[in-house]
Design a protein around this ligand. Structure first.
Ligand code: 5RP
Length: 236
């Protein structure tokens, strides 16, 4: 099976997403435990990965990804059955010059962060339009249904999103205030009662960023803090 062919009318943004996804699929090795993100960029990753014919065990960050991956013949298991992952690959809504991400455009950021944290290598795949000089709102939130309006009122500048609940039955909302200092805002959102998680991903979570632009795919490497070797974690 070869890579799916790009449709003739594919937009520049879509062809860049595809290019980043195909480059990321090449980073996966036979026998890997792989975390699969969510979104339109990951939608290009799944067939690229399946077409490699590797023996993989995957954990999905959303029902949509799980269904799409299974339909392509990828083996999807519960994250807890896999434990540590060798690699996780996911898209992003924004990425700043320091490697901070905003994620959660699809409301899957809580699961995505759990999967990213479980991976020795977390690879972010984006088209060039996702690269920003400074992060801007909205920052997605997953909030507990109980007292959701009160939770958001206490945060200020936040509103519920007109979107389906998360697979866990929680509500998706957006923080709309300034994102000038992502680390301080991340700490504030993390400590807000009723907020299960937010879409700010710190650079320490990330090991690789693949940015597809007009002149090809740029591969930036960051030092993920917990960078134990794949061999050391595979037997856990
Ligand atoms: C979903 C996400 C996605 O990774 C993010 O929204 C990017 O999506 P896309 O690849 O469709 O642009 O965080 O919760």
């Amino acid at each position: 099976m070869g890579f799916p062919r790009a449709p003739a009318q594919e937009s520049l943004s879509e062809s860049q997403k595809r290019a980043a996804a195909v480059a990321a699929a090449a980073l996966v090795s036979d026998g890997d435990r792989v975390g699969l993100g969510t979104g339109s960029t990951v939608a290009y990753l799944l067939p690229a990965l399946a077409s490699r014919g590797l023996s993989l065990r995957c954990a999905a960050t959303s029902p949509a990804t799980e269904h799409a991956a299974r339909a392509l013949g990828l083996q999807v298991e519960d994250l807890d059955a896999l434990g540590r992952l060798d690699i996780a690959i996911d898209g992003a809504d924004q990425i700043d010059p320091h490697g901070w991400l905003v994620k959660g455009g699809g409301g899957a950021h809580t699961r995505e962060k759990i999967v990213a944290a479980a991976a020795v290598r977390f690879v972010v795949i984006v088209s060039a339009e996702k690269v920003v000089g400074a992060l801007r709102p909205p920052v997605p939130l997953e909030v507990l249904r109980f007292g959701a309006h009160t939770t958001l009122a206490l945060l200020g500048e936040a509103m519920l999103r007109d979107a389906p609940p998360s697979p866990e039955g929680n509500l998706i909302a957006d923080y709309l205030g300034p994102v000038d200092d992502p680390r301080t805002l991340a700490a504030r959102l993390s400590s807000a009662p009723g907020v299960l998680d937010h879409g700010l991903f710190a650079p320490e979570l990330i090991s690789d960023i693949l940015i597809a632009g007009a002149s090809g795919v740029e591969h930036r490497t960051l030092n993920k803090k917990d960078h134990r070797t794949r061999e050391a974690t595979r037997d856990e």
